[in-house]
Each structure stands twice: as C-alpha cells, then as structure tokens.
Design a protein around this ligand. Sequence first.
Ligand code: VGL
Ligand code: ZN
Length: 199
Amino acid sequence: MPDQALIVIDLQNDFCPGGALAVAGGDDIVPLVNEIARYFAHVILTQDWHPRHHSSFASSHPGKSPFETIQMPYGEQTLWPDHCIQGSGGAAFHPNFDRAKAELIIRKGFRPGIDSYSAFFENDHTTPTGLGGYLRERGIGDITLVGLATDFCVAYSALDAVAQGFATTVRLDACRGIDLGGSMSAMTRKMRDAGVRLV
Ligand code: VGL
Ligand code: ZN
C-alpha cells in the first residue's frame, strides 16, 4: 500500500467570494477540507503565485478582456483578471483554512511568460514543478485532490497525476469550479476517461 497524500489546490482568497477571480462557493469547502486533512498523514498545498503583469493576465495584453483566449508559444491560454499577485492578500490562503499540517507548499505560475494550472507541470506540459519527484522520493503513490478550481487547476493536476502513474482521486464535494464555456462537464469527463477516481 503506497503512502497517501492530500493535495489542496489553490485555496486562496482570490478564488473565494470577494476575490479577484472568485469561484462561486469557493469558501464553502474550507471546513470540509480541514476535516479531510485530519485523515491524511501527508498534506501538500499549492499556491498560485504570479508576478505583476503576468502573461496570463488580460491586463498584460492591450485590447484583451478577461476570459478571452490567446495563442501563446506553448498553445492556447485563457486570460484572467489580475489575481494571486505574489505577497498580496489575494494570494494568501483562506484565513479559516487550517494549513498547520502542510509539509510542502508548491508555488506555481511565477514565471512571467508561462501559466501553470497543474501542480505537476506548467502549461507547456514540460516544465516540472518538482512535485512528481517529491512524491516519488517520499514513496507516496496515492493522492487525493481537493480545492479550486475543479475545472482548471484541480483537473489539470489530476490529469498529470494519473499520466505519471499516481493513483488519483478527486473529492468533488471538496472542490468548486469556474465553469467557463462548459469547462466543468468537459474536464470532469476528461478526468473520468483518464482514470481519475471521482468521488
Ligand atoms: C486557476 C485560473 C488561473 C486555478 C489559477 O487555481 O484553477 N485558474 N489561475
Ligand atoms: Zn493563476
């Protein structure tokens, strides 16, 4: 039985109501995530962590608006409102999220020219964050994902995790989504087809 880890994706103020890229009900999951974390020996967090003027921000592209897409050297990129600026209150974890137990915080999206939805690889699908190596070296082969947003950072993390051979579960009741142009159903289907266990 491989060791198991809970990975909490981007449970940050900017993804909660009142934040710059608020996910409906994003803060509703906080008590449940706190409860789930009590049952895991290993808890790992990700933190979306962008420099000002990040290339994923619509404000960095004259004439573009949030939620439009552009072509980047690594492929299509959705443009977002400015969010999770390094060191800002919006980038901080939700205040009621009990993260004392977390043994690792993976920051992502800090390279100005590339976004990073997945906890494992940036959006070029080749630049690693180091999480895969960390888990393998620690003997952790089974992961459960919770957090924000279901259809972006949680889904991309889950797809990369199964592709790397981790037994992967997503607790949908402890996630909330953005749902952009049908992305919730599309990404849920992709995860299921890839062998992610959705519970
Ligand atoms: C996320 C859009 C932009 C997420 C992060 O955490 O799902 N989505 N940055
Ligand atoms: Zn982001």
